[in-house]
Design a protein around this ligand. Structure first.
Ligand code: MN
Length: 240
């Protein structure tokens, strides 16, 4: 049995094909898995646990069907859905993981992280990340009416698109030193992350030890997941 990893599914009402494909993935590949790990940005936005987008609620129901079948499902906050709270875990049956977290896979400890914290060259983004991850800021935001929160989330997405379009691509990729620090701090040989939408398995050496950085793909144009079975990782593409 395999453990499956996804991230950056970016689901919302504007992406009905991705939603259908993800629900299909939950009913097929994930249904026979040992566990499913969602490493952030399952949703394009999550404005609070009173989220009313029917597509997102269908995704929660799909996850609930999976967890009810006995497949454990773990979710991590991404930079889009960092407000997933108890309402989400109750609805979906998912258990939240802290970011970063070290987990045992077979005989080896592996570091799991969304990945945005590794993109330290993108200073404006890191400033924004510090603000929105502040519990005081989050309490104030969640106290606003739902429509107001949705409006602000749309504005933030437009701002993010503008920033992405005028920022050089390497700035938005991981920083090599941040990656080395993460390997060192966790004392692991492998890490799995998403966020950069650059699916790949990178081999590198840190402090004289061979390491691997496994990067998950986004679901904008196709499905993408990583499997771990019998000590081996594999990246998979699900054509749409
Ligand atoms: Mn992200």
């Amino acid at each position: 049995m395999a453990r499956l990893f996804v991230s950056d599914v970016h689901l919302d009402a504007a992406a009905p094909e991705a939603t259908a494909q993800f629900l299909d993935f939950l009913a097929r590949e994930a249904a026979s898995a040992e566990a499913l790990y969602i490493l952030g940005d399952l949703f394009e936005a999550w404005v609070g646990d009173d989220e009313s987008d029917p597509e997102k609620l269908r995704v929660c129901a799909g996850l609930r069907a999976l967890t009810d079948r006995g497949v454990p499902c773990f979710a991590m906050h991404g930079n889009r859905d960092f407000l997933l709270g108890p309402g989400f875990t109750q609805r979906s049956g998912c258990r939240m993981l802290p970011d970063p977290v070290v987990t045992r896979l077979g005989t080896e400890d592996v570091l799991l992280t969304h990945g945005d914290a590794l993109c330290t060259d993108d200073h404006p983004y890191q400033e924004l990340r510090t603000i929105v991850r502040d519990p005081v800021w989050q309490r104030r935001y969640l106290a606003l009416p739902l429509e107001r929160r949705e409006l602000l989330a749309n504005e933030a997405r437009a701002g993010s698109r503008a920033h992405t379009s005028r920022t050089v691509p390497y700035i938005m990729d991981v920083n090599g030193e941040a990656v080395e620090r993460a390997f060192r701090a966790a004392s692991v040989r492998r890490m799995v992350h998403g966020h950069t939408h650059r699916p790949a398995i990178h081999s590198l050496t840190v402090d004289g030890l061979a390491r691997e950085r496994l990067v998950l793909g986004a679901w904008y144009e196709q499905g993408s997941y990583l499997s771990h079975a019998d000590g081996e990782f594999r990246l998979h593409v699900l054509p749409r």
